[in-house]
Design a protein around this ligand. Structure first.
Ligand SMILES: NC(=O)c1ccc[n+]([C@@H]2O[C@H](COP(=O)([O-])OP(=O)(O)OC[C@H]3O[C@@H](n4cnc5c(N)ncnc54)[C@H](O)[C@@H]3O)[C@@H](O)[C@H]2O)c1
Ligand SMILES: C[C@@H](O)[C@H](N)C(=O)O
Length: 372
């Protein structure tokens, strides 16, 4: 009957943090440091950053497009052994030998807790996710990794007093958001599981910050362009693939329409922004989730910039309707004035510098050889 049901429901509400995890995990989270039982001004039990020389950082989902580069940057700053990369995939040997690597499945709460405790982690950078296009192809897995996994991360971070970085994305906006430009605070009704899960992450992180004092920090990244790592199945992937195909074959077939304008950023800017917001004094952060941006371009504009140096490059268009619909619902320009004002965000790379840097990476020799 209703009263028995509501008693059971109340009991469940009082005893579990609503994490959707296994029974063992639920029991563990009933110990005194569960977010449910910590007051907003509590000082947490674990070693705080101020007690150590450097933060001890764990990066989840670290073998994707961004994690290895971030580990390199953070290791330069904090020392090799103070930054642990983790993922569920097997690391290539250069990554395995460049610093600590550990297996971590974010859906396994006990495994996460063991890593945080054994390594005395103080900062957690949560990169695991299924991106926009891959997420639409596997909604159940995206929901599990991007939402259930995030719950595990939030609880671990709150329980152990970690500083937590979770990236969000231009994909956290939707067709009813203002698109040109898109401000930090506006309607967010994304139409992908990826976007929905990222709005959920923004809101949950901010809620844990206000409710439990979690030091949650979040940047909404634009599409990220890198030379030495490949994207993991998003809508902005074309802007990386064009360089590889241009160098290899002199031809590129683009899966978005030529006039699809999206915010983009070179990876070095993205990783530096991440370090900067993590190091920013808390009193400079008037918000916990910020847009960041560098440039906005269309496939046609990117191709034209490349053609300045590779005049023979041929670009054709074969639209992928899933990706096009996603791109058409995303911001065209991103307003990052709050990040610039609060903690001094400033990008280094505009479109010409981006193209030059990417081409330099692939080697002027290759280009010269192709031209002759
Ligand atoms: N790359 C971009 O353009 C971009 C833009 C905006 C936001 N972001 C965000 O930045 C983060 C990193 O992006 P990326 O491009 O490196 O992503 P990616 O898809 O390249 O890598 C994600 C990683 O997560 C791992 N992963 C999947 N399931 C996991 C699990 N159960 N446990 C642990 N790891 C798991 C994968 O093995 C993969 O290595 C993501 O959260 C993404 O949403 C990226
Ligand atoms: C924009 C970003 O979140 C990712 N590159 C995607 O396209 O899905």
């Amino acid at each position: 009957n209703f009263s028995t049901l509501s008693k059971v429901a109340k009991q469940a509400l009082l005893s579990t943090p609503g994490c959707g995890c296994q029974p063992l995990t639920v029991a563990v989270r009933n110990i005194s440091f569960s977010p449910r039982q910590v007051t907003s001004d509590a000082s947490f039990h674990s070693v705080s950053f101020s007690e150590t020389d450097h933060p001890k950082v764990l990066i989840t989902g670290g073998l994707g497009q961004l994690g290895v580069g971030l580990a390199k940057l953070l290791r330069k700053r904090f020392g090799k052994n103070n930054v642990i990369l983790s993922d569920i995939r097997k690391p290539p040997s250069n990554v395995f030998h460049s610093g600590p690597f550990i297996y971590s499945d974010i859906l396994d709460y006990k495994n996460l807790r063991e890593i945080v405790v054994n390594n005395r982690i103080t900062w957690l950078v949560h990169y695991s996710a299924l991106l926009s296009a891959v997420g639409e192809a596997n909604v159940a897995l995206a929901r599990s990794v991007n939402i259930t996994g995030l719950h595990n991360i939030l609880d671990i971070a709150a329980e152990h007093g970690l500083r937590l970085f979770v990236p969000s994305t231009i994909g956290a906006f939707g067709p009813t958001s203002p698109r040109n430009p898109t401000p930090d605070l506006c309607v967010q009704r994304p139409r992908t599981i990826y976007g929905v899960s990222k709005v959920h992450a923004e809101l949950m992180g901010e809620y844990y910050h206000h409710r439990y004092g979690l030091d949650f920090r979040c940047l909404r990244y634009p599409g990220i362009i890198s030379a030495d790592s490949m994207p993991g199945g998003g809508t902005t992937d074309y802007a990386v693939q064009i360089f590889h195909d241009a160098i290899k074959t002199g031809k590129f077939e683009c899966n978005l329409k030529p006039d699809t304008r999206l915010p983009m950023m070179y990876i070095d800017d993205c990783l530096r922004a991440t370090l900067e917001v993590m190091e920013a004094p808390a009193d400079t952060l008037s918000m916990r989730t910020y847009n960041i941006n560098a440039m906005s371009f269309t496939p046609e504009e990117l191709a034209q910039e490349l053609q300045k140096q590779m005049s023979e490059l041929e670009v054709t268009y074969e639209v992928d309707h899933v990706r096009q619909a996603i791109a058409d619902s995303w911001p065209m320009n991103f307003d990052d004035s709050n990040a610039r004002k609060d903690w001094g965000w400033k990008h280094d790379y505009d479109l010409p510098e981006l193209v030059q840097t990417m081409l330099n990476y692939f080697g002027a020799d290759t280009l010269m050889a192709r031209a002759n």
